[in-house]
Design a protein around this ligand. Structure first.
Ligand code: TYM
Length: 345
């Protein structure tokens, strides 16, 4: 090796490496304002500071029954949406989970290192099995070990998620530590990365519950595809209380939720918001919240409408993402297989 090349490589090796982040979203319907403020918006902010990877977690989607044509449509839509919110495939790795076979492979290995008791304690499993009592399948139960594989394959330092996914990321940490203790250092043990603001956006109809895209009541959530009139109407109907004074306080779940949405978008503190709406009623406040949401979603919706027409472009981006992701994932998978005692040829 000539000495200048050697020097260059040394410099590259000794430069501190950027932190890495990975997260995914299920393509089960158009995301809500909760998904956006709790997770997706933070991903866009992170892509300049960290090496980021974000995926459409389509394998997870079939833990509840999906209509095939609809699932396919939603995979395209979710991928288009990742691009529409401002994730840049030049800087950030964007891919579809099922197009990278290493996820399912590592998931098996990790399943054999995950305890029945741990999986039984997962809140999401309990909620979803209550909701889909006629289809409590093995995949639904093993969901967290697939999620652990999604994460650990890319050796991230951080997993940016909303508060509801914290339990799964903590289980991922336990699995990674257990694996590393048994076989030597294979996985980076990641940390959940949960923003204070927007981490738990609640239903507009029952603010004790999280805002969810699978809610049967469409007035309970704002979809990223809702048009301005729908957004205004849903906020006008949002459940509040009878006090009619805008402040963040105990027993005011509905107003607290609207204040959190407004604060998360405008960057204003709760105190500033309370001052801004002093002497004004809930009606004015609801309109103001609706307006900032409409303006936030407008450019995303415009970009989405363009991209969703261009399937060829989306497929090209998916193929590029899958190729890059597979290289990284395969490296980790091989390491895990080798350490566990398998023969790599
Ligand atoms: P999913 O698809 O339900 O949600 C995607 C992201 O949105 C966040 N989120 C919320 N944040 C604030 N308020 C809400 N009301 C709200 N609802 C959802 C979620 O916390 C999540 O960050 N299991 C994951 C997908 C997944 C994954 C992974 C995530 C699969 N593999 C690997 C991280 C790493 C899920 O069902 O998210």
């Amino acid at each position: 090796m000539d000495s200048s090349k050697e020097n260059k490589e040394n410099i590259v090796e000794s430069a501190p490496r950027k932190k890495r982040a990975l997260s995914c979203i299920q393509p089960t319907g158009i995301p809500t304002l909760g998904n956006y403020l709790g997770a997706m918006r933070n991903w866009v902010a992170m892509q300049d500071e960290m090496d980021c990877a974000f995926a459409v977690a389509d394998l997870h989607a079939i833990t509840v029954r999906q209509e095939p044509a609809n699932l396919r449509k939603q995979i395209y839509e979710m991928f288009a949406l990742l691009l529409s919110i401002g994730l840049d495939p030049e800087k950030t790795l964007l891919f579809v989970q099922s197009q990278v076979p290493a996820h399912a492979q590592l998931s098996w290995i990790l399943s054999c290192h995950t305890q029945f008791g741990e999986l039984s304690r997962m809140t999401q499993f309990k909620d979803k099995s209550a909701k889909h009592a006629d289809n409590i399948n093995l995949g639904l139960f093993a969901y967290p070990s697939l999620m652990a594989a999604d994460i650990l394959l890319y050796q991230p330092d951080y997993v940016p998620v909303g508060a509801d996914q914290k339990q799964h990321v903590e289980l991922t940490r336990d699995i990674a530590e257990r694996f590393n203790n048994l076989y030597g250092n294979v996985f980076t043990v990641p940390e959940p990365y949960i923003m204070k603001s927007g981490a738990r956006i609640r239903s507009l109809q029952d603010p004790t519950k999280k805002m969810s895209k699978s809610d049967t009541n469409q007035n309970a959530y704002i979809s990223l595809k809702d048009d301005p009139d729908t957004i205004v109407r849903k906020f006008k109907r949002a459940v509040t209380d009878s006090e009619a004074r805008v402040y963040h306080g105990e027993g005011k779940d509905g107003i607290n939720n609207l204040i959190e949405i407004y604060s998360s978008i405008t960057g204003k503190t709760f105190e500033q918001i309370e001052q801004e709406f002093e002497g004004k009623g809930y009606g004015d406040f609801k309109i103001a919240v609706a307006e900032v949401v409409v303006e936030t979603l407008r450019p995303i919706q415009q970009k989405f409408d363009e991209l969703i027409q261009d399937k060829a472009y989306l497929e090209k981006m998916m193929a590029q993402g899958a190729e890059r992701a597979s290289k990284i994932a395969q490296r980790t998978l091989n390491k895990a297989l080798k350490k566990t005692g398998f023969v790599i040829i």
